[in-house]
Design a protein around this ligand. Structure first.
Ligand code: SAM
Ligand code: SF4
Length: 340
């Protein structure tokens, strides 16, 4: 629904779903393609990639974001696939930063191309970066990401810190038997770096069902294992729309977080929707709740009409996802299909 209650800081019309959750955060997938093949995310052979004409242009994305901003969306996260493989991403960042109402533009990246692009992205108005990294060991990186590149990712991480894109968050998908022995090493990175290391429970997507079932480590176990060797205290998280719970070592510059989509889902406070690279508005990370925006956009819909469609989409945003450990694969959508 579209709420007509205006406040001093929010627009006259804002998006509120059927469960009274205000929607202020839009994740925008700019491509379905990726230069890595992380074992939990996509098959080694890749996916059935979208055609060039199917993908929204930067101008089309900006038009949808303009409509979203007019009904209360304030934060944008660019994601993928791998967003930095799309040419001149800084051009899109600049266009979005100029849209009235957009207060925060963030990026999720695997970091391979970050060092070379960070200057242009920051100058264009990028405010924050989430970088994904699942291991600190080069050989393991090649096993998990199925491509080399750890050195580039680490350089990207340092470049993001140097560029002052605070807070830099490092996302690490923990898998039993694959990288769970690096939990402490990752957590220790927060002692002398102003970063937030966030451990994510592996979720079932695509054909990773078996991997997910065998490799799943709950966030409670992750926290137990980190705090067994050291004192950790709960701390408030950084500003940033996040679903994570945070903890810090005494005197540390950064903090450790856990994201528990399965064991402690955060659906009750969900404030987000997703725009796929081919212009579908997805209302939930999992499931089929989606609305095609590309067809009306290309048929000439005005910004007001697009805003109206965003409002009608609120009717189909589900209360929660219903995934459980070992869920059947048929009900799942890959991150790369749905925009990370
Ligand atoms: N390519 C970029 C990256 O890796 O950051 C952006 C897209 S990626 C799909 C976004 C995030 O989703 C990454 O942090 C990745 O680790 C996480 N992710 C992908 N598949 C996942 C899964 N099956 N379970 C948990 N997290 C997953
Ligand atoms: Fe690519 Fe990100 Fe998926 Fe890894 S998690 S395959 S980097 S989209």
């Amino acid at each position: 629904m579209i709420s007509l209650q205006a406040t001093r800081t929010s627009p006259a019309i804002s998006l509120v779903d059927e469960f009274s959750r205000p929607i202020t955060y839009l994740r925008v997938s700019v491509t379905d393609k990726c230069n890595l093949r992380c074992v939990y995310c996509m098959p080694e052979s890749g996916l059935a990639w979208l055609g060039r004409d199917e993908i929204l242009s930067y101008e089309e994305i900006a038009e949808i974001v303009r409509a979203a901003a007019s009904v209360g969306v304030r934060s944008i996260r660019l994601t993928g696939g791998e967003p930095l493989i799309r040419r001149e991403l800084s051009r899109l960042v600049a266009a979005l930063a100029a849209i009235p109402g957009i207060e925060d533009i963030a990026l999720s990246t695997n970091g391979l191309l970050l060092e070379e692009q960070i200057g242009a992205l920051a100058a264009a108005g990028l405010r924050r970066v989430n970088l994904s990294l699942d291991t600190l060991r080069p050989d393991r990186f090649e096993t998990i990401a199925r491509r080399p590149g750890l050195d580039l990712v680490l350089r990207g991480l340092d470049a993001a810190i140097r560029a002052g894109l605070a807070p830099v968050k490092l996302n690490c998908v923990i898998m039993r038997g694959q990288n769970d022995d690096e939990l402490i090493e990752f957590a220790m990175l927060t002692k002398d770096r102003p970063i937030f290391v966030r451990f994510i429970e592996v979720m079932p997507v695509h054909e990773n069902l078996e991997l997910q079932r065998d490799a799943y480590v709950s966030s409670d176990e992750i926290l137990e294992r980190i705090s067994a060797g050291a004192q950790l205290e709960a701390v408030p998280g950084p500003h940033g729309n996040g679903p994570a719970r945070y903890f810090a070592f005494p005197g540390a510059l950064g903090a450790v977080g856990v994201i528990s989509p399965l064991s402690h889902d955060y659906c009750g406070t969900c404030n987000r929707v997703r725009l796929t690279a081919d212009g579908r508005l997805r209302l939930c990370l999992f499931g089929d709740h989606a609305l095609d925006l590309r067809t009306p956009l290309r048929a000439g819909a005005s910004m007001e009409e697009l805003a109206g469609l965003l409002g009608s989409a609120m009717l189909i945003k589900p209360a929660r996802h219903h995934l459980r450990l070992g869920e059947t694969a048929s009900r799942m959508r890959a991150f790369s299909e749905i925009g990370g």
